[in-house]
Design a binder for this molecule. Structure first.
Ligand SMILES: Cc1ncc(COP(=O)(O)O)c(C=O)c1O
Length: 397
């Protein structure tokens, strides 16, 4: 067994990394530790980079056609990892999950139509809806003692009142890392099917289930889910290769699939670029050992953060994710407004975290921490955060 190293601090300067290059634009300064954009600071599995390098050594980079073994690698992965059956004709390439959602919104709804989101949720969902002249219909998550749950009664109500055409599901849910259970998704599917809605399920974090959980694809949640669902997946978060842009889509219902896939084909929106399919196939065929070790490391980071915060920053609370490498930090007990929280993080702790309010107004009082980084980086970041909190709330010592 190869032992992978996740402790090395890799300098990402000069690599066009958004996490670093956009610090000034997003945070107004660059002298901060970047713990925001959801990619990992870990080296990609060498089996992937070797496959890319091998192809790069051929002197011709002409037009390419994805191989049958590329498609089969996705089908095999979904069955092996999640027990989820995908047929070749149900699959399409899509150059980015956000683009896949945006095109689905354009294809399955019209200007003025409502699209449901469940905030706090990944920001581009609302950007897509607003930017394409659709109406945002909110069905906020309901806070519970240790996290959040989906408001199915609320969904029934907004569907009846606002008559939306679509719903964008985040499964598992970014920014909180919630795994939706089968019953919840089946109920959501039944509500949406009865209203003639299409459900776009963004499952980009689905391979990143923590503590041995198995991902539950929306399309595996019964007949209503199969009838309504457009599922988007990708090896990008899973294997830290989002720069290769190698996402894919599954639609089981032929009445939804055929016209949509014909439209994608006519516009060549479904055309992969060479390195995306090579990287994806290498990841799905040879990356599992790396992934399992990476998830163990992230679980260790999560325990580290949870213990540190409990012992040293009692005013702060973490919402434990069930999936992925993002931690929802709850600052509300410190009684600071959102501006003060972000100033504390940036100016006092020198940390660039995602502002909770970018996920919807329900995210006020929160920030999102990316723990997909070497533990030593997290340790330093938490020490800075503790000192910053102590400086504004001395009782926190
Ligand atoms: C829920 C979710 N969907 C989509 C994306 C981005 O996907 P892509 O880069 O394939 O557009 C992210 C990235 O953070 C995400 O968290």
């Amino acid at each position: 067994m190869t032992q992978y190293n996740f402790d090395d601090i890799i300098n990402r300067q000069g690599t066009q990394a958004v996490k670093i290059e956009s610090l000034d634009r997003m945070f107004g300064r660059h002298d901060v530790t970047p713990l925001w954009v959801a990619d990992l600071d870990f080296a990609v599995c060498p089996r992937i980079t070797d496959a890319l390098a091998r192809r790069l050594h051929h002197p011709i980079l002409g037009y390419s056609e994805p191989s049958e073994s590329y498609w089969q690698s996705i089908i095999d992965w979904e069955m092996h990892r999640h027990g989820f059956e995908v047929k070749r004709e149900e699959l399409s390439f899509v150059p980015g999950v956000v683009r896949g959602i945006a095109w689905a919104v354009n294809f399955f709804s019209s200007r003025g139509d409502g699209v449901v989101v469940q905030p706090p949720v990944y920001t581009p969902f609302t950007t897509i809806i607003r930017g394409n002249g659709r109406r945002i219909v909110e069905n906020p998550l309901l806070p519970t003692a240790d996290g959040y749950r989906m408001d199915l009664e609320g969904l029934r109500k907004v569907v009846a009142e606002e008559k939306p055409k679509m719903l964008i599901l985040c499964n598992p849910h970014n920014p909180i890392g919630i795994q939706w259970d089968r019953d919840t998704m089946a109920e959501l599917a039944s509500i949406c099917r009865a209203a003639g809605m299409v459900v776009v399920s963004d499952e980009i974090h689905g391979d990143l289930m923590l503590h041995g959980r198995r991902h539950i694809p929306y399309l595996s949640c019964g007949e209503d889910a199969r009838a309504t669902g457009v599922m988007l997946g990708a090896p990008s978060k899973t294997f830290n290769i989002p720069g290769l842009v190698s996402s894919w889509m599954v639609i089981k219902n032929e009445e939804l699939r055929r016209p949509y896939y014909e439209w994608l084909e006519a516009n060549e929106f479904n055309q992969p670029v060479l390195f995306s399919t090579i990287g994806a196939e290498a990841a799905y065929r040879n990356g599992e050992e790396w992934l399992d070790q990476m998830l163990k490391y992230v679980e260790g980071n999560l325990e580290f953060v949870a213990d540190y915060v409990a012992e040293n920053i009692p005013g702060l609370r973490i919402v434990r994710p069930q999936a992925s490498f993002l931690v929802w930090l709850d600052f509300r007990a410190l009684h600071m407004c959102q501006r003060e929280i972000m100033d504390l993080l940036l100016d006092k702790a020198h940390l660039a975290l995602n502002d909770g309010s970018m996920f919807g107004s329900q995210g006020e009082g929160f920030a999102r921490l990316n723990i997909g980084t070497p533990r030593s980086v997290l340790a330093k970041a938490l020490d800075s955060l503790r000192a910053a909190v102590c400086s504004v709330c001395p009782q926190e010592k």
